[in-house]
Design a protein around this ligand. Structure first.
Ligand code: NAD
Length: 253
């Protein structure tokens, strides 16, 4: 029970890694707000969590690309539970594989609205409370695309580099205020996003020339939830501003 009496908001909690993080946090004693623009999906996850652990989860509809929704998400969590300890900015989209010569403004804006503006809006709202509390913990789900140039289109890669910049600056600016902020950089993980990429191993070989140095080719969402649990718990109390790669060795060359 590493998160006993903690309150967490997880965006994109209706599926994939977000869902796995919600389930794991609840198992570890946290109250979890499962936030997603797919409200039915969020409700299903929250109901299943509550069937196992009474009143551990609440579903919330929130489109993180809209500041109003994101603020309401943080405010509702605080209204429900009286505090907030952990914010996991997980919701993200991988839309398109175009390099800069081909990317449209619409694509760029859409990817940045969800992947970058969302975490910024949610962090900004949460930080106000964290400063009052003198404590808080933000975990941003970036990507190995936030550390390397290949593996996806320019909008996604640039957005995930921005998420890592947001992470490091937040850690640096609030380190003395009892607030931590870290990022996870997953490799290929078996979720809807990975499926939308087609055959990830082929894509990796084509874009990097290096191939997938991992077997099996995909990680599982629960393996990312384990990293999130470490970063959310006091086990990582001296870890701040870090980017934890969890890719099975794909980028180890
Ligand atoms: P997923 O599609 O299964 O989950 C993403 C969730 O985010 C979905 O439930 C979706 O409804 C929600 N979402 C999307 N846009 C939203 C919005 N505007 N507002 C609220 N919710 C929204 O995919 P996943 O792989 O679990 O993705 C989780 C995170 O992991 C993303 O940030 C993604 O970029 C990152 N990531 C994924 C991989 C991978 O291989 N799957 C690798 C590296 C990083």
């Amino acid at each position: 029970m590493k998160l006993m009496n903690k309150v967490a908001v997880v965006t994109g909690g209706a599926s994939g890694m977000g869902e796995a993080i919600c389930r794991r946090f609840a198992k570890e004693g946290a109250k979890v707000v499962v936030a997603d623009y797919n409200f039915e999906g969020a409700q299903k996850v929250a109901n299943e969590i509550n069937a196992e652990t009474l009143d551990a989860a609440t579903a919330l509809k929130a489109d993180v690309s809209l500041e109003h929704d994101t603020n309401a998400m943080i405010d509702t969590a605080i209204a429900l539970y009286g505090k907030l300890d952990i914010l996991v900015n997980n919701a993200g989209i991988m839309d398109g594989f175009e390099p800069v010569g081909e990317v449209t403004n619409d694509r760029w804006d859409k990817v940045f609205a969800v992947n970058v503006n969302g975490p910024m809006y949610a962090s900004r709202r949460a930080i106000a409370l964290f400063l009052e509390q003198g404590s808080g913990n933000i975990i941003n789900i970036a990507s190995i695309g936030g550390l390397h140039g290949g593996r996806a289109g320019v909008a996604y890669v640039a957005s995930k580099h921005a998420v890592i910049g947001l992470t490091k600056n937040t850690a640096f600016m609030y380190a003395k205020k009892g607030i931590r902020c870290n990022a996870i950089a997953p490799g290929a993980v078996a979720t809807n996003i990975a499926q939308s990429m087609g055959t990830v191993s082929t894509f990796g070989q084509e874009t990097t020339g290096v191939g997938m140095a991992i077997n099996p080719a995909f990680g599982m969402p629960d393996q990312i939830a384990s990293v999130a649990l470490f970063l959310a718990s006091d086990d990582s109390s001296f870890v701040n501003g870090a980017v934890v790669t969890a890719d099975g060795g794909w980028t180890s060359y």
